[in-house]
Design a protein around this ligand. Structure first.
Ligand code: SF4
Length: 228
């Protein structure tokens, strides 16, 4: 990744917030941030060409992400499933249907890159565990791509942390998923922890009725406010 040199032109100042009442959130930057020549398009294109984990990915690399410079809602989830891997479209499965229902977003809005960005914890399908369920997101992925892409998403107002992997990545170790989701107000207005919308969550939601009664109405209100 090129480092600044005396010949490197200064990076343009970020645009002034378009909505002073709800300014963009500060997404984390780390030592290996965007190259000075990066735009969101070039960084995303580089991510889509990534083959770092090729030796260990059972279906091979197919990085899946959705970004746009104007996106105001950022979804950080786990990793693509097999259907998303085959289609190349994030959340192109029953989990995606459930997530769109939780957010009260139709497909057109959910896949509108000027409104919604999707940057999973791992960009490629990681394979299956021997006892069932998908493997964890590849640990190489977020340290490589999140610091390069996140600072270029300058209009994000709220980041949804979908599932335990995303929550541990962004919030660090701490309480379990249910406790974080139930305590969602603590992370507003910049973050909103959610369970992963897999079929397993149906049973979890039935055992935790506060999720549909309290969390989903608040989530929909946040999403409406961010995307209005
Ligand atoms: S999981 Fe991430 S780091 Fe690994 S090949 Fe895919 S994009 Fe690259």
């Amino acid at each position: 990744m090129p480092r600044p040199t005396a010949a490197t032109p200064p990076r343009p100042e970020p645009a002034a917030p378009s909505d002073p009442a709800r300014p963009p959130i500060q997404l984390p930057t780390q030592a290996h941030g965007p190259a000075d020549t990066d735009t969101l398009e070039t960084a995303a294109a580089a991510a889509r060409r990534c083959t770092v984990c090729a030796p260990v990915l059972p279906l091979g690399p197919r990085p899946i992400l959705q970004v746009g410079t104007g996106a105001r809602l950022l979804i950080t989830s786990q990793a693509p499933g097999t259907k998303a891997h085959l289609s190349g479209i994030p959340f192109e499965d029953a989990s995606g249907e459930r997530l769109r229902d939780w957010l009260e977003l139709d497909r057109a809005t959910f896949y509108d890159t000027s409104k919604v960005a999707i940057l999973p914890t791992g960009l490629c399908y990681p394979g299956r565990l021997p006892r069932g369920g998908d493997c964890p997101p590849r640990p190489e992925c977020a340290p490589i791509w999140h610091p390069r892409i996140l600072p270029l998403l300058r209009e994000v107002r709220c980041r949804l942390l979908v599932g335990a992997y995303a929550q541990r990545l962004v919030l660090g170790p701490g309480p379990g998923l249910a406790e974080r989701v139930r305590d969602f107000r603590r992370y507003l207005p910049t973050h909103f922890p959610l369970p992963h919308p897999s079929w397993r969550t149906l049973r979890w939601a039935a055992a935790n009725p506060w999720f549909e009664a309290e969390v989903l109405p608040a989530l929909r209100e946040v999403v409406r406010g961010v995307l209005r």
